[in-house]
Ligand binder design. Structure first.
Ligand code: KIV
Ligand code: ZN
Length: 421
């Protein structure tokens, strides 16, 4: 029986905190709608004490979202917890997420508090939060650099005070999967069935997804993550990656989530439209190149059987189609297919001639546009003079005959308007 993993999305809180990622209230509300459609279990809407805008956004999301738990972050102090509770007043299923740092470095250098003080404040914050809502999560910030016995004591005390989720953040992203799994297993042992153990991994060493997966295998049942992996510094565990690891490798991983994976790419696109950057081109699952193939051998393989080089059907994550990028590494097979798609079924001789021109052009420039391919076809089929470099072939110019009975199909004419992919 597959174990259910709770997906706690923090795109609108940890994600939004990162440089270049702030969103307006309207954008946060629209993104929240997308996250609900995506099927996240918990949606962390913001940090209400941080600003009036965040307070307003959490309130608006709490009022609009019915089916998904809505969380608000609060430091372990009365002011923050009360503010979070107020922002969540209209929520159908509110969660207060309160935290305090527990590592000595944070206690000594940042908070100037003793371990005992931090423990007392953590317990008091959980108790106060429980007076407002049933669903309380406690996070021990910088857990991975916290003395393990002390972390266990904090877990026992906060769960004893009423926290239903105990979160183990790798706040600075310094953990490795094996040691993180060991730590999580100890915390799972301490809290038992009294609370769900959660993890919140940052990506400073590029290990956020690996660490989250190791934690699941060690007994964590909630993963905190963000769309496109945005978040403080190098970001958080990427939602689309952890979800697809579990889905694609279900032969090996007995876990399941409620995420509607065909919404992953639309969610990524919506977020990219709201913040100041999109995912890197080679980002797993949602990057521009995640389903793109340029090398001739790869293109030939994918055209014969997609699964030779693709472990995920792009449609499964909402990517419209896999992309064969035509460039200097491409082969005849891919070029012939693109000509076909553009409306020019070529004879073998015509394809050879177009291919010779194509490779010469591809040696000089990256990523050949569809209109440039059409121009090459025109040269070969028409025997016409090469068009000026970068000339755009407009539908009106080509919507006639290419000579020798080669009628320019309407399908091709229509495509030229949106030719470059
Ligand atoms: O990284 C972190 O420790 C956090 C906590 C507030 C959960 O974001
Ligand atoms: Zn964080």
């Amino acid at each position: 029986m597959a174990q259910r993993i709770t997906i706690f999305d923090t795109t609108l809180r940890d994600g939004e905190q990162a440089p270049g990622c702030s969103m307006t209230v309207a954008e946060k509300l629209a993104m929240a709608g997308m996250l609900v459609d995506l099927g996240v279990d918990v949606l962390e809407a913001g940090f209400p004490i941080a600003s009036d805008g965040d307070f307003e956004a959490v309130g608006a999301i709490a009022g609009a979202v019915r089916s998904t738990r809505v969380a608000a972050l609060a430091r372990a102090c009365t002011l923050d917890v009360e503010r979070a509770a107020r922002a969540l007043e209209r929520a159908a299923s509110p969660r207060i997420h309160t935290f305090i740092a527990t590592s000595d470095i944070h206690l000594v250098c940042k908070l100037k508090k003793s371990r005992a003080q931090a423990l007392d404040e953590a317990v008091a914050a959980v108790e106060l939060a429980r007076r407002h809502v049933d669903d309380v999560e406690f996070s021990a910030e910088d857990a991975t650099r916290t003395d393990t016995e002390y972390l266990e004591e904090v877990a026992r005390a906060t769960v004893g005070a009423g926290a239903r989720t105990f979160n183990v953040p790798d706040t600075v992203g310094c953990a490795t999967p094996d040691e993180f799994a060991g730590l999580v297993a100890r915390i799972v042992g301490v809290v038992g069935d009294a609370a769900e153990v959660s993890v919140h991994c940052h990506n400073d060493l590029g290990l956020a997804v690996a660490n989250s997966l190791a934690a699941i295998q060690a007994g964590a049942r909630q993963v905190e993550c963000t769309v496109n992996g945005i978040g403080e510094r190098a970001g958080n565990c990427s939602l689309e990656e952890i979800v697809m690891v579990v889905k694609v490798r279900r032969d090996h991983l007995p876990y399941t989530t409620l995420i509607r994976t065909e919404k992953l790419f639309p969610a990524s696109q919506m977020l990219s439209g709201f913040i100041s950057f999109g995912p890197q081109p080679n980002k797993a699952i949602v990057g521009r190149n995640a389903f793109a193939h340029e090398a001739g051998i790869h293109q030939d393989g994918v055209l014969k059987e997609r699964t030779t080089y693709e472990i995920i059907d792009p449609k499964e994550v909402g990517v419209p189609e896999s992309r064969l990028v035509l460039g200097k590494h491409s082969g005849r097979h891919a070029l012939g297919q693109r000509c076909d798609t553009l409306g020019f079924p070529l004879t073998r001789e015509q394809l050879d001639a177009v291919y010779r021109r194509f490779t010469a052009l591809a040696d000089r420039k990256k990523g050949i546009l569809d209109e440039e391919i059409v121009a090459l076809v025109k040269e070969v089929v028409d025997g016409g003079a090469p068009p000026p470099a970068k000339a755009r072939v407009e539908p009106a110019t080509v919507r006639g005959s290419l000579g020798r009975g080669f009628a320019f199909p309407m399908r091709a004419a229509r495509r030229l308007g949106s030719a470059s992919r």
